[in-house]
Unconditional design. Structure first.
Length: 242
């Protein structure tokens, strides 16, 4: 029996995508790029995860509470900080609380040879995508035969220090790929979301929190302005994808 070359290509793509984690993720660069969101088998191409970013020197990890319903010390500590009601405690709570991020499988136009990759984005971008999906003028934007390409404009507007993401749907529908076999391969790519990101046990989260609080105590009183970290979270999110 001859070797199934399509199957071999998918195996290689899976191996390369997860070897080092860099090829799997896609991040928009300054300027404009065009992508196509790949349809998912369950009809939902938008995956939601919650991450903790700022717990000492620990890399980002999935929130046990928000993702898996597991009560953990960090979630309880954040709730207590909000309940305390002081400005400093609220700022620290905002720093430590889980942050929501979304992911979609995409093909980048002009880089189809790199296969299906994951685009990670914020709640603001997610809302823009949902509004587009629910707009009857566009229908199913992920349809392999008559879906819609999206131009992503990314960069810092004049006078702003933070980058913004704008989404412009194509005026014309198009096929995912002119080669239907390659289009089917893209659709058939299975992304194992369960193993993409670091997950900590409840005990590990407790230990990280203990170390964080011990470090904070040893440093004494600090300027609470360091807790205004929305821009730091975005930077940490980008680091997570590399």
């Amino acid at each position: 029996m001859a070797i199934n070359m399509n199957k071999m290509r998918k195996k290689l793509q899976k191996l390369e995508s997860r070897g080092g984690g860099k090829e799997l993720f896609w991040k928009p660069q300054d300027g404009e790029q065009t992508i196509r969101i790949i349809p998912d088998a369950d009809g939902d191409p938008f995956r939601e995860f919650w991450f903790h970013y700022n717990l000492g020197e620990s890399p980002a990890f999935l929130s046990p509470k928000r993702n898996f319903g597991e009560d953990d010390a960090l979630d309880q500590f954040v709730r207590k900080l909000f309940d305390d009601g002081t400005e400093e405690s609220r700022d620290l709570a905002k720093k430590l609380m889980a942050k929501q991020r979304f992911f979609s499988p995409v093909v980048v136009r002009g880089e189809e040879e790199k296969g299906v990759r994951l685009w990670g984005y914020s709640k603001t971008v997610y809302q823009k995508l949902l509004n587009l999906v629910l707009n009857p003028e566009y229908g199913d934007i992920t349809d392999p035969e008559g879906g819609t390409d999206l131009t992503i404009k990314y960069g810092k507007p004049a006078g702003s220090i933070f980058p913004m993401t704008d989404i412009f749907p194509s005026r014309k529908t198009s096929s995912l790929h002119q080669d239907r076999n390659l289009a089917k391969e893209m659709i058939d790519v299975e992304i194992d979301y369960s193993n993409l990101f670091s997950k900590k046990s409840v005990d590990e989260v407790q230990q990280l929190l203990n170390e964080f609080l011990s470090e904070d105590d040893s440093n004494g009183s600090e300027d609470v302005s360091k807790y205004n970290t929305e821009n730091i979270v975005e930077s940490a999110f980008n680091d997570l994808l590399t």
